[in-house]
Design a protein around this ligand. Sequence first.
Ligand code: NAD
Ligand code: MG
Length: 401
Amino acid sequence: MIQSVCILGSTGSIGQSTLDVIARNPEKMQVYALSAFSRIKLLAQQAAQSRAKVVVVPDEAALKSFKSAWNSPHPMPEIRLGTEGLKQTAADAAVTTVMAAIVGAACLEPALAAAQAGKRILLANKESLVAAGGLFMQAVRDHGAQLMPIDSEHNAMYQCLPLEAQCSAPTAPYPTIQRLLLTASGGPFRQTDAAALHYVTPAQACNHPNWSMGRKISVDSATMLNKGLEVIEAHWLFAMPAEKIQVVVHPQSIVHSMVEYLDGSILAQLGQPDMRTPIAYGLGYPERIPSGLGLMDLMQLGRLDFSEPDFHRFPCLKLAFDALKSSQAACVALNAANEIAVEYFLNEQIRYTDIAILIAHSIEQVEKNTYDLSHLDAVLDLDEQARQIAKQYANTLRAAH
Ligand code: NAD
Ligand code: MG
């Protein structure tokens, strides 16, 4: 059966790579729906090229922009709006496969809708799992959805799992796994002095040495909060306690992560730092399909290095471990406050070093109360509350500079 794919966030870095892989495998898959929040002209080009049947845009203004940007002899796709449009499309009966590649917690509701509709979900977005991993994994189990991690590290671990442990949403760790070894490049500031970090700019933070990604995840990689989010992501995907997830700094980004078994074997997945490999794995599973990558020259590479992360220079990584050990409310606040902090940093309204301060403050405030986060509405409420706390504090910090 030909897969009919919905790409949530098609204009982003992951979205564009997904379109590239689909175009290389037309006999196995086709695009059904695309979505974008901005860059509507690009969305119109993508929809014309891929012959998408449906597009989702945020509002009426974007709908008008889409119509005026449409410049193709083919029929214009149906245009749906907002979060409701995203949810409807992710659950659409005509869709077999959903690529969840919207950035931030905004992906949570449509990804959940895909899970509730029992789709094959290629999950690039990690913020949904950080905010509501328990709810999301339960929905996957309850509705027989097929969940494939696309984040390169988790995709690597998934590839290193025994077959019977794949395509499941486990409630306990696979019994013979001792540890997950989560690799981290260390980002652009791996060797930057603590004092100099105070003055780094958004352009420097977005200049990742190995990966080309959207701006938010690039800043997350620079603070290493990205790795913290990934620890929480691994916790939910593989039902693994924080103590059994070790972050290993590996500056070459060739070993994408490893699984260590009871007998001492460590299985790793290696590859070039290009998201088309995990995307092709997810789209092709259980087959291997072409991704557009050439051969990797290990001789040219020469060596692979591994070292310990520095929690002092990267306090965000510690905040994430602590949040995971502390409570789901702390994880919601960690993610929400970070989204606000990164936005303020990218707009040059706060400093790079303020990001960790803002997150710590928001977690502390939120943890003064207790919450029942077993329902989506409660998670969304707390997410909004944490955003307000973070914004207020960001404005104070901004005024102080
Ligand atoms: P990006 O910023 O390049 O693209 C984000 C996409 O989401 C765009 O299409 C944008 O229009 C859409 N979007 C943004 N805000 C939205 C909102 N409020 N509602 C609906 N749509 C919205 O981001 P990216 O780098 O492609 O990353 C996407 C997700 O994948 C993130 O969660 C990121 O952590 C994860 N991820 C990315 C990479 C990578 O290499 N880029 C690797 C691993 C995981
Ligand atoms: Mg990653």
